[in-house]
Design a protein around this ligand. Structure first.
Ligand code: ATP
Ligand code: MG
Length: 254
């Protein structure tokens, strides 16, 4: 079943009087339960594309369809996770995780039950009463993921969520993310600059061209899971992706 469909998404920005074409007509179908990794040169419009799907930004042309209906607004079924978790520093970890549930009017007992499950999944139970400044970057990112998952969204939109992490923490979260995906059956769109990360996570890998971006190529990835960064079976795919990506990155640097 098609969960999300981007139909000819075009987006311009204006820098003074200069028109900058970011997205040049993105067409993409995402099936329910897909784990799609988006990769492309810096500035090609990946974050813009995620924000449009989230309903945080409007396209100049085209439409995003969700379960067959056009999207015009934000909605709880599509939740975005940013590079830097963007947590509330005045709230404890557990209250950060429960924030959306509280806003939705879920009673305290129920909130605790749900948040405890995801704190446990993210190995944060011991830190439930800590403030976010007391956590490492990787732990904060796990809080941000837990905070999104408690809302039980259909679609998770993740914009370079692991970019600021050290390699060891990232490797752990790469495995964690695959387990969460298998357990929860979420549809995930995940932006990354890291080809290895894309091949470890994605069952589809989508290459964006240089601006004005279109989708240059899509790869399927059916290697057995859980995958790890050292998997040699992913090497060929990584080379194929790099061969598509390199010329685009070169063009983007003029
Ligand atoms: N609010 C804005 N106003 C003006 N220009 C913008 C705005 N947001 C994005 N842009 C421009 O649109 C283009 C795409 O930006 P975007 O952040 O989507 O790229 P990206 O692919 O996510 O890049 P990166 O990989 O570096 O995160 C860039 O050239 C950027 O300057
Ligand atoms: Mg970006």
């Amino acid at each position: 079943m098609t969960k999300l469909e981007a139909k000819n998404i075009v987006k311009y920005f204006y820098h003074d009087s200069h028109k900058l074409e970011a997205l040049g007509g993105i067409n993409l179908k995402v099936e329910a339960g897909d784990f799609v990794c988006l990769i492309g040169p810096s500035g090609c419009g990946k974050s813009t594309f995620l924000r449009i799907i989230a309903g945080l930004e409007k396209p100049d042309e085209g439409q995003i369809m969700f379960d067959g209906h056009p999207i015009t607004e934000t909605g709880p079924e599509r939740i975005m996770i940013f590079q830097e978790g963007a947590l509330f520093p005045w709230l404890k970890v557990q209250d950060n995780v429960e924030f959306g549930l509280k806003m939705a009017g879920i009673p305290k007992n129920e909130r605790a039950k749900i948040s405890n499950r995801f704190l446990d999944m993210m190995q944060l139970t011991k830190f439930a009463d800590s403030y976010t400044y007391q956590l490492s970057t990787g732990m904060k990112q796990r809080v941000a993921i837990a905070r999104a998952l408690v809302m039980d969204p259909d679609v998770l939109l993740m914009d370079e969520p692991f970019a600021a992490l050290d390699a060891q923490t990232r490797d752990l979260l790469l495995v964690e993310m695959q387990l969460i995906w298998e357990k929860t059956k979420k549809t995930i769109l995940f932006v990354t600059h890291n080809v290895t990360e894309a091949t470890v996570l994605g069952n589809k890998i989508v290459i964006f061209s240089n601006r004005p971006s279109i989708i240059k190529k899509q790869f399927e990835n059916n290697s057995p899971r859980p995958r790890v960064t050292e998997d040699e079976s992913l090497l060929k795919l990584q080379q194929d992706i790099l061969a598509e990506l390199r010329p685009e990155v070169k063009k983007s640097r003029g």
